[in-house]
Every structure is written in structure tokens, then in C-alpha cells.
Design a protein around this ligand. Structure first.
Ligand code: CS2
Length: 517
């Protein structure tokens, strides 16, 4: 299982030189492969999407594809924008934007299987650093109705604990100096909207699809803060005319490996330079506030609602909170993938305990949700043996993730005088993970935009005499802990958890903590 081959057919050695995926070969694909059944040439670009990573391609474009097939209007093709690297554009341009989503799970006998779908609604790809002007023109095009984003947490250049724009962030500082040639997502949005306003064009919807608390409202706060710095009248126009719906997005999409490329090529009979593996599950709850219309995403199963906040809290705290807990505990215990981690009974039962005993009571009422089956369904998703979702992928950027995934839940429970043992173990596991070496003595790099300052905070805390003092000092790290800095009950719980992780290790600690309440 760990060789990345997943039990699917091909290996590199026996892979023939397949022709490239391209519109001209769609009719040659095996019958079971789903593919565009509409006139791609009739598509018009109505969505400019910032952050053309795997998640956008397995989520936004997947919903869009179903909506188009269901008879939706053809003016919602997607122009994808990579904000940094040309890699995705270089892979997909020779394929005229076509790529494959490989929906993977296991059959009844536990054997991995996949179903392939070629997606057709990505009608253009831009690489922002190569031509920022082209990105601005796309946002300011008459046909554009939605500007959506999957730039991950750190792409918002905000302070994770407070949600405020970081004017000291190098990209934001640059964009405030040179708003006409931006680098950041927020800088592109503000400049693009300025052009729309100057040209007398209608407003658009700004749609965040990232795992942030109140992602629409957070984006709005950042865009308005930036806009006020450059042009107060523009900020007023954005505030009154554009909309920023909140949304909950849920689909597990692991990073693509070369083994994935080979497996998909073998099944397609054609080489796709960047296929996207994903779980079959997908869920989207989005607030129906669109300034200039939206695709018929509801025909693809999206729930278009007045208020998405309850779903968003469920998702961030139960799904992503558990994911991060498993990532840090599992990585320290020497596991490589999520299914391996959740396959350890101690870790699985710890996650179940954390969610049912501690997260659940902090969630607003969710009509028609059977919570216990939701949690079981979540653990089953994590156990998917065909995804090989690397724990290190989820462990990255912890400073940007922990506030909304674990610490907000802790804050709410502390305010209510409720116990926080399990949630604190998850946070302690992150602190333990930051030492950069697992229980088997294997080192790994800390991949985090704040890695340098986190290392400095750890080093400074080291000079304190006791473990509790060191923990208390570390919680002064404001971007993560915010108002919880030095909170006595939290410091006690973190100290207890960290002491146990350091002395008896992950598995025994998880087992004991799952039974604490
Ligand atoms: C994961 C998420 O990488 C991570 O941090 O927790 O990407 C997760 O897979 C998705 O949010 C699931 O919807």
C-alpha cells in the first residue's frame, strides 16, 4: 500500500507512450469514462477563479460540469488563475484545459477502485506573475459575473487569529505600493473591481471556497480594508454593490503523484499531465447572494441557503479539526497517510471522542443532521484506502489552520466552563510536531508560512524552567493563540497532554484521553 501503486493496474515500467488527452481524442476514450457531452465551443467565461489547484478542479469545476450537463446556461465557463507557478497551466494548456478527476474508493472487498471523469469547463488558464494585466482584464471583463477563490488559508494574507489584513505581509505591502500590478489575491480583486467600476460595468460576486471561518465575510473584510487604503469611494462601491457569500465546501482531494498520473493514463489510454484524485463524497452549502447570477449548481447537489454558518462550523470543527488532530498525532506516531492513522484504533477512537464529546456541544442546531452517523461517515471517509492522503499535506500551515479548526472550539468551551482535554491534546500534538522529528527519530520539515517565527517562539520558550512555563510562553504566539494567550486552564490542559505525549507517546496518550470524560 505504501508504494503509491494502490493496487491499480499500471506501473511506470510497463506504461506505453500514451497520446495526450485533448478534445480531439474525447471520442476515443473508454466507454466508462465520463466526458463533456456539451458543445465546449459554446462555453463563455463567466467565472474567474483564483488558485487553480487540485481542490478547485475537483470541486468548483466538478459542480459546474454537472450543472452544465443538467442544462445550465453556457456562460459560466471558468478561467483559472494560478497566482504563483505556471505548472498547472503548462500541464493543461496542451490539453485545451481538459483534465481528469479520478473518484477513488474501495469496493465491498476493500479493493481500491476509481471512476474517471474528464472535465471540460475550464476554458482558460492564466499565470498571474507572467501577466498580471491579463488577470485584471479577466476580472474586469464584461462577461465576468463571479470571482471565486481557493488560495488556501495563507493566501488571504491575514492574521489567522483575528482575521485582520496583514499590511506587513510582503505581498500586501507590495500591492499597497503598486496597486496596478498586484501579486496577492486581495490585491488582484481590488484592482480588478476598480477597473470594473471605472468602466461602468456591473458588480460581481466574490466567492471564497477556502476553509476559513465565515469565508465570505472574512474575504469581504480583507478586500474592504485594502480598498479603503487605496480609494475610499471604491471601497463604498464594493461594499454596497458586490456580494461575498459564505460557503461550506467539503471534498478530500489529495495532491497528485506520479503514480496517479500513471494509473490514470493506463485507464484512459491517454496521458493527462495533471489528473486530480478525489473521494467520491462532495458537499457544498453556499449562501444564495450572487450579485450577477450563478450557475445552476443546485442541480449538481449544492445547497443554496440563506445562512451557511452552522454548516461551516460543523465542517471546520468536525471534519478539519479531526483531520488536523489525526495529521499531527499520526505523523508523530510514524504513520504516513490518513487511512493508516485512522486505522489505528487508539487514534480513531480519540477522534470520535473529540468530536462527539467536545466539538458537538459547540455547534449550532443543524436540522436533519444525524450527528453520530455523520461522524461515522467521516471516519469512513478518512479510512478510504484508495486516497493515500499524506498526513504531511494536512499538517502543513498549522499556524493558519488551528485557530478555526481547534482553538475557536476551545475558546467557546472555556467560556462555558466545559472540559477541553481532547481538543487540547490535538493542539499539543501540533506543538509536539513542531519539534520536527517523529517518535521513530525521523526528521521532517515544518511547512508553514510562519515557520521561522514559530521556531523562534519555541526557542524562546525553551529557556523557561518548567514544562508548564514553556507551554505558557509558547501560547503567547499571538497569530495562533490570539486572546487565548496564557489562559491558565488551556495552559494546564496543554501541559498535561504534552507531558504525556513526551513520556508515553501518541498511542497510549490518545487511548487515555479518549476515555477522560
Ligand atoms: C485538509 C482539507 O489539507 C487539509 O488541511 O484538512 O484540505 C480537507 O481535506 C478538506 O477541507 C475536506 O473537505
Amino acid at each position: 500500500m505504501n508504494d503509491g501503486s494502490l493496487g491499480f493496474a499500471a506501473t511506470e515500467s510497463d506504461a506505453p507512450a500514451f497520446p495526450r488527452l485533448h478534445p480531439s481524442v474525447l471520442s476515443e476514450l473508454p466507454a466508462e469514462v465520463e466526458r463533456p457531452r456539451y458543445d465546449r465551443n459554446a462555453l463563455r467565461a463567466g467565472i474567474v477563479h483564483l488558485g487553480l489547484g487540485s481542490f478547485a478542479r475537483a470541486f468548483l469545476c466538478a459542480f459546474n460540469e454537472t450543472a452544465i450537463h443538467a442544462g445550465g446556461e453556457p456562460h459560466f465557463g471558468v478561467i483559472g488563475v494560478s497566482l504563483r507557478s505556471p505548472a498547472v497551466r503548462d500541464a493543461l494548456a496542451p490539453q485545451d484545459g481538459l483534465y481528469t478527476v479520478a473518484r477513488r474508493d474501495a469496493d465491498a472487498a476493500g479493493q481500491p477502485r476509481q471512476r474517471l471523469q474528464v472535465i471540460g469547463n475550464l476554458v482558460g488558464q492564466l499565470v498571474a506573475p507572467e501577466d498580471p494585466g491579463a488577470v485584471l482584464e479577466a476580472i474586469a471583463a464584461t462577461a465576468t459575473r463571479i470571482v471565486s477563490l481557493t488560495v488556501t488559508e495563507k493566501g488571504y494574507a491575514h492574521d489567522p487569529a483575528s482575521g485582520r489584513l496583514r499590511e506587513d505581509h510582503p505581498d500586501i505591502a507590495h500591492d499597497l505600493r503598486q496597486p496596478e500590478a498586484p501579486r496577492s489575491a486581495v490585491g488582484f480583486i481590488v484592482r480588478g473591481l476598480a477597473l470594473r467600476r471605472a468602466r461602468g460595468l456591473p458588480p460581481v460576486t466574490l466567492l471564497s471556497l477556502d476553509n476559513l471561518p465565515h469565508n465570505g465575510r472574512t474575504l469581504q473584510g480583507l478586500v474592504l480594508a485594502f480598498a479603503r487604503r487605496v480609494d475610499a469611494a471604491l471601497a463604498d462601491w464594493i461594499e454596497t454593490r458586490c456580494t461575498f457569500p459564505n460557503s461550506m465546501v467539503d471534498r478530500i482531494v489529495p495532491a497528485t503523484t506520479d503514480a496517479d498520473r500513471e494509473q490514470v493514463a493506463a485507464a484512459l489510454g491517454h496521458r493527462d499531465a495533471w489528473p486530480v484524485p478525489a473521494e467520491p463524497y462532495l458537499d457544498w452549502v453556499v449562501e444564495d447572494r450572487f450579485a450577477a447570477g450563478r450557475p445552476d449548481w443546485h442541480l449538481a447537489g449544492a445547497r443554496c441557503v440563506v445562512d451557511a454558518s452552522a454548516w461551516e462550523q460543523l465542517k471546520l470543527r468536525a471534519v478539519n479539526g479531526s483531520h488536523s488532530a489525526l495529521a499531527y498525532l499520526g505523523a508523530m506516531a510514524g504513520r504516513r497517510t490518513v487511512d493508516e492513522a485512522v486505522g489505528q484504533p487508539e487514534l480513531r477512537e480519540f477522534v470520535r471522542a473529540m468530536v462527539t464529546q467536545e466539538v458537538r456541544s459547540t455547534l449550532p442546531p443543524l436540522p436533519n443532521l444525524d450527528f453520530d452517523s455523520y461522524v461515522q461517515g467521516l471516519l469512513d471517509r478518512f479510512a478510504n484506502p484508495a486516497l493515500a492522503h499524506r498526513l504531511q499535506q494536512i499538517a502543513m500551515d498549522g499556524s493558519q489552520k488551528l485557530p478555526q479548526r481547534l482553538l475557536a472550539t476551545i475558546e467557546q468551551r472555556l467560556a462555558a466552563g466545559l472540559p477541553i482535554a481532547c481538543l487540547s491534546l490535538a493542539v499539543a500534538a501540533w506543538m509536539h510536531y513542531l519539534r520536527g522529528i517523529d517518535e521513530w527519530g525521523r526528521p521532517y520539515a515544518i511547512d508553514d508560512p510562519l515557520a521561522v517565527s514559530l521556531a523562534a517562539a519555541r526557542a524562546a520558550a525553551e529557556s523557561e524552567p518548567t514544562l508548564r512555563d514553556r507551554v505558557a510562553a509558547f501560547t503567547q504566539f499571538a497569530p495562533v493563540f490570539g486572546d487565548l494567550a496564557g489562559h491558565a486552564t488551556l495552559v494546564d490542559a496543554l501541559t498535561k497532554a504534552l507531558a504525556s505525549l513526551q513520556s508515553v507517546g501518541v498511542r497510549l496518550t490518545a487511548q487515555r484521553w479518549a476515555r477522560t470524560e
